[in-house]
Ligand binder design. Structure first.
Ligand SMILES: Nc1ncnc2c1ncn2[C@@H]1O[C@H](COP(=O)(O)OP(=O)(O)OP(=O)(O)O)[C@@H](O)[C@H]1O
Length: 329
């Protein structure tokens, strides 16, 4: 595995209470694989990304967790454990490209800075040529002119391409893309996703794609991990999880996606989208038993009292879900 994360737990401390945002999350991503991390808003997806990058808010505390990245182990409870990897071993694409770009420097300066850090002592002219080539690879028109432009002179899709070019030049072992297309329209979304896939193909990095969209996951990802209220409820290959969801939550998420697609197909414009009834549990107090118990359509008495272990789904060793219905199956 290029990347593995073990038992990641994160709390956010507020004045009198503690929100448990992640509990014992584990993830694995093979070299050249794209893992889709899905879950409702507030399930903890971005917290996973920020914990890995060492970019958590000041009121956050990693209470447990280790990551193995490119063969080295990092203790994530130490705040700056992965800092040496930022921009080299790890790169991140945010929903808002301006979080990665500096408004006061030209595109060219920012791309060359990535190369200066990765290849210190390199020749400036060679760096400029490599930066232009990277812009061409991510299909930004007129790379020479773009090099002299400032981020505000580019559209949202073009800025995201510049960020992907920066990631390409930093040759990361792990690329984290947190909702990279949410702010873009559907045509640009497909183009940006293709550039991320092509970056993966070029440098063979592992990709963690954080998204609300199961459509993106089924189209572009190899594996999927399903988060709910800070717990991983299911993981497997996209095919395994789509064909045989082991957790009722995953099944209900896929049912919603199908219903939404159907409504789009018949042009339903008003907000009648199918959603899973109920809400995420209170992050300050974990309910007893299965975390999904309150919203599950097939729960039974034991679900209210027993926290399920992870069980294998079917015969596949790499497909697991935390549901009591799988116990003894
Ligand atoms: N700085 C913070 N202080 C307190 N609570 C926080 C903080 N940041 C996040 N949280 C809480 O942690 C939980 C997980 O948030 P996170 O942003 O990781 O979820 P998410 O799945 O990425 O959501 P979204 O899809 O909306 O971005 C939520 O309950 C959120 O309110």
């Amino acid at each position: 595995m290029a990347i593995s994360v073990r038992n990641l737990s994160v709390d956010y401390n507020l004045s009198h209470v503690t929100a448990h945002a992640l509990r014992d999350i584990s993830l694995e991503i093979g070299k050249g694989e794209i893992l889709g991390l899905v879950g409702e808003s507030g399930s903890g997806k971005s917290t996973v990304a920020f914990a890995l990058m060492g970019l958590l808010a000041n009121n956050a505390k990693v209470t447990s967790g280790t990551a193995t990245i490119g063969g080295r182990s990092y203790d994530l409870t130490r705040r700056d454990a992965t800092a040496p990897l930022r921009g080299r071993g790890m790169a991140m694409i945010f929903q808002d490209p301006m979080l990665s770009l500096n408004p006061v420097f030209t595109v060219g300066t920012q791309l060359c800075e990535v190369l200066r850090r990765r290849l210190p002592g390199g020749d400036r002219k060679a760096h400029v040529a490599m930066a232009e080539e990277a812009l061409a690879k991510v299909k930004l028109s007129d790379p020479k002119r773009r090099m002299g432009q400032y981020p505000h002179e580019l559209s949202g899709g073009m800025r995201q391409r510049v960020v992907i070019a920066m990631a390409l030049l930093s040759e990361p072992v792990l690329l984290i893309a947190d909702e990279p297309t949410t702010a873009l329209d559907v045509t640009v979304e497909a183009q940006i996703m293709r550039e991320i896939v092509s970056l993966r193909d070029r440098i063979g990095c592992a990709v963690l794609l954080i998204t609300h969209s199961l459509g993106l996951v089924t189209e572009y990802c190899d594996r999927i991990s399903v988060l709910y209220a800070g717990e991983r409820l299911e993981h497997g290959t996209v095919k395994q999880v789509q064909q045989q969801p082991g957790h009722p939550y995953t099944r209900m998420l896929f049912d919603c996606e199908v219903a939404i697609d159907r409504q789009r197909a018949v042009n339903v414009t008003e907000n009648r989208f199918t959603v899973i009834p109920g809400e995420l549990p209170d992050p300050f107090r974990r309910p007893s038993g299965c975390i999904f118990n309150g919203r599950c359509d097939v729960s039974f008495d034991a679900c209210a009292t027993t926290v399920p272990d992870e069980f294998a789904v079917g015969d596949a060793a790499d497909h697991g879900a935390r549901c009591l219905l799988l116990a003894g199956s």
